[in-house]
Design a protein around this ligand. Structure first.
Ligand SMILES: Cc1ncc(COP(=O)(O)O)c(C=O)c1O
Length: 422
């Protein structure tokens, strides 16, 4: 019996449902991961009770000694892990972190320049429906139509033409390394600030398998729950000269009391990410993505840019089946316990709720301990299901194999999962 099962069986049932779902499916959504038991313990802790408006040693409320210790620990670890001069660990999410940077550095109506959402950018980089596109004049660079890669000459040309106040480097669905140094040079040339958003690749940067943007950027933001494998949250890194402005943009500019339980969990995750095992993990994430990508390409599925050198890949479904869209394809895979998301691909003729692409990522399955042989097997299953997406018996047969793999590689943060896949 747990406190939750006794107090609120309905809520407990939902939690069990999610535990079971995670245990009984393979998570291939590139932005998800499985946080450690230590991170979960900090997240579900008594620090959730505490109001600590302000910053360490400068709080509005009394009783903040443990909160001060928590936040200072997270700040020190963030600075050390990424080699940054200043860290703000209070943003609740990646989108809030980006908004705080805009608030600190820009005036309404200033021009920002980010990657087009339909080419892999994020909605907080200037989408018309988001704060970033409502309050600022957003212009977008796109990928090269032939290579489907970032074209730094084209980025420079657009920056020279538009003269943005801020350039945003970073993506949600780009399978190649990002040349932050080149972005930094362009920003300097046109007199723009550079915001590097490493939400997706922070764990790869921390693990030393992707170049760091920190030396080249005015600001770096990241979520903490993707490849970094921490709690759902975010941090902002910057140089000392921006420390005051960033801190006051986050509080009181954008938020009230910080979530101290989340900040403790961030500190835990940052400690885990500094260990040598985490560098091995990051390298395995990339090796696993390469193995999965190779398997899919051997089966004739075209990948955007022809492969991957990070944790994710984008499949162009049209390469094997003109009529298959991302919505239906992800549905067929999910029915067999392979969870991935539909994704627009560069120059996609289909709308975002349909898409011509699927996005796969390896952070979560790598956390379960899987290596290249499992990736090869998963790639073969994906191919078989996409080829026979209307055949329920094939989906069912593969579904039982997926379940066996799930049993062999349990999610490390939990041992209570039982029951059927939902
Ligand atoms: C590049 C990038 N930035 C920011 C975010 C926003 O994170 P959140 O969902 O925590 O607001 C994401 C999330 O997918 C992302 O991919």
């Amino acid at each position: 019996m747990t406190a939750l099962s006794q107090n609120d069986p309905e809520a407990f049932d939902i939690l069990q449902d999610e535990r079971n779902r995670q245990h009984n499916t393979l998570e291939l959504i590139a932005s998800e991961n499985h946080a450690s038991a230590a991170v979960l313990e900090a997240t579900g802790s008594v620090l959730t009770d505490k109001y600590a408006e302000g910053y360490p040693a400068h709080r509005y409320y009394r009783g903040c000694r443990p909160s001060d210790r928590t936040e200072q620990l997270a700040i020190d670890r963030a600075k050390a892990l990424f080699g940054a001069e200043h860290a703000n660990v209070q943003p609740h999410s990646g989108t809030s972190a980006n908004i705080a940077v805009y608030l600190a550095a820009l005036k309404g109506g200033d021009t920002i320049m980010g990657m087009d959402l339909s080419h892999g950018g994020h909605l907080s980089h200037g989408l018309g429906l988001n704060y970033s596109g409502i309050f600022y004049n957003a212009v977008f660079y796109t990928l090269n139509e032939q290579t489907e890669m970032l074209d730094m000459d084209a980025v420079r040309d657009l920056a020279l033409k538009e003269r943005p106040k801020m350039i945003i480097a970073g993506a949600s669905a780009y399978p190649r390394k990002i040349d932050f140094e080149a972005f930094g040079r362009i920003a300097e040339e046109v007199g723009a600030y550079l915001l590097s958003d490493i939400a997706h690749i922070a764990g790869l940067v921390a693990g030393g398998v992707h170049p760091s943007p920190v030396p080249h950027s005015t600001f770096v933001t990241t979520t903490t729950h993707k490849t970094l494998r921490g709690p759902r949250s975010a941090i902002i890194l910057c140089r000392n000269e921006w420390a005051k402005k960033i801190d006051s943009a986050v509080f009181p500019g954008l938020q009230g009391g910080p979530f101290m339980h989340q900040i403790l969990a961030k500190a835990v995750a940052l400690c885990e990410a500094a260990r040598p095992e985490f560098a091995d993990y990051a390298a395995q994430v990339v090796a696993n993505a390469a193995a999965l990508a190779d398997t899919l390409m051997e089966k004739g599925w075209r990948l955007i840019t022809g492969g991957t050198d990070n944790h994710l890949m984008l499949v162009d479904l049209r390469s094997r089946d003109e009529n298959l869209n991302g919505h239906d394809a992800s549905g067929a895979l999910a029915a067999a316990g392979l969870v991935a998301n539909k994704n627009v691909i560069p120059f996609d003729p289909r709308p975002p709720m349909q898409t011509s692409g699927l996005r796969f990522g390896t952070p979560a399955v790598t956390t379960r301990g899987m290596k290249q042989p499992e990736m090869k097997q998963i790639g073969q299953w994906i191919d078989e299901i996409l080829t026979n997406h209307d055949d329920e018996s094939i989906i069912e047969r593969i579904g039982s194999k997926v379940l066996e793999m799930c049993e062999a590689f349990p999610v490390p943060n939990q041992n209570q999962a039982i029951g059927n896949r939902q």
